[in-house]
Design a protein around this ligand. Structure first.
Ligand code: TMP
Length: 211
């Protein structure tokens, strides 16, 4: 049996990840391929509990290092207990954020050392890398406006705009560094145009898979 494809979807706040992940997963299913939709932080019962710790406005300050390690602890659970077994069973995995979010948010946003983040990534992922990463890109101000309209903001949605600008720059420089893995999609276009771009990315991926 063939290994499934591992697709990650990244972007700042309010760029429309959920809607577009629904759309993408639906397209894959229409091809008769079994797909699981999952997210980070989260994707296993214990990792979802870590998600709660990371997103709540807790009564204790969370040092940047502890934040980074919690994201990677959740990722270790997720890779081992959800993602690898699904791919090995031939399922495709569509994951709402993965290690690039740690690079963009904790690396560029918080200013933590990128080399350390990459060392943790090697440790936790043991060679597992996304086959393709869709980066939904939009100016930070547009995304933050949309995120605020959704209602109460969580701990990571409560930073200054300059933080989200660094996050966006971080994602764009990751995409420039790995053009073969990243597909950058302009998320400030109409939803129909974004979906058309996603359809094209999937068509290329299917050509490769069905060969
Ligand atoms: P979500 O709300 O898009 O599901 O993501 C949760 C928040 O966690 C979002 O603000 C981005 C942030 N995040 C990081 O800072 N580092 C990470 O490694 C991941 C996976 C998410």
């Amino acid at each position: 049996m063939k290994f499934g494809k591992f697709i990650t979807v990244e972007g700042g706040e309010g760029v429309g990840k959920s809607t577009n992940i629904d759309f993408l997963s639906g397209l894959i299913e229409k091809q008769g391929i079994e797909v699981i939709r999952t997210r980070e932080p989260g994707g296993t019962p214990m990792a979802e509990r870590i998600r709660g710790l990371l997103l709540e406005h807790g009564d204790e300050s969370l040092p940047d290092t502890a934040e980074l390690l919690l994201f990677f602890a959740a990722r270790s659970l997720h890779v081992t207990n959800t993602i690898r077994p699904a791919l090995a069973a031939g399922k495709w995995v569509v994951c709402d954020r993965f290690t690039d979010a740690s690079r963009a948010y904790q690396g560029n946003g918080r200013g933590l050392d990128m080399q350390r983040i990459n060392t943790l990534a090697q440790w936790v992922q043991e060679g597992l890398e996304p086959d393709v990463t869709l980066l939904l890109d939009a100016p930070a101000a547009i995304g933050m406006g949309r995120a605020e309209q959704r209602g109460a903001t969580d701990r990571l949605e409560s930073e200054q705009i300059s933080f989200y600008e660094r996050v966006r720059d971080g994602y764009l420089s990751l995409a420039r560094a790995e053009p073969a893995r990243f597909e950058v999609i302009d998320a400030s276009q109409s939803l129909a145009a974004v979906k058309a771009d996603i359809g094209q990315v999937l068509a290329r991926l299917l050509d490769d898979y069905l060969l």
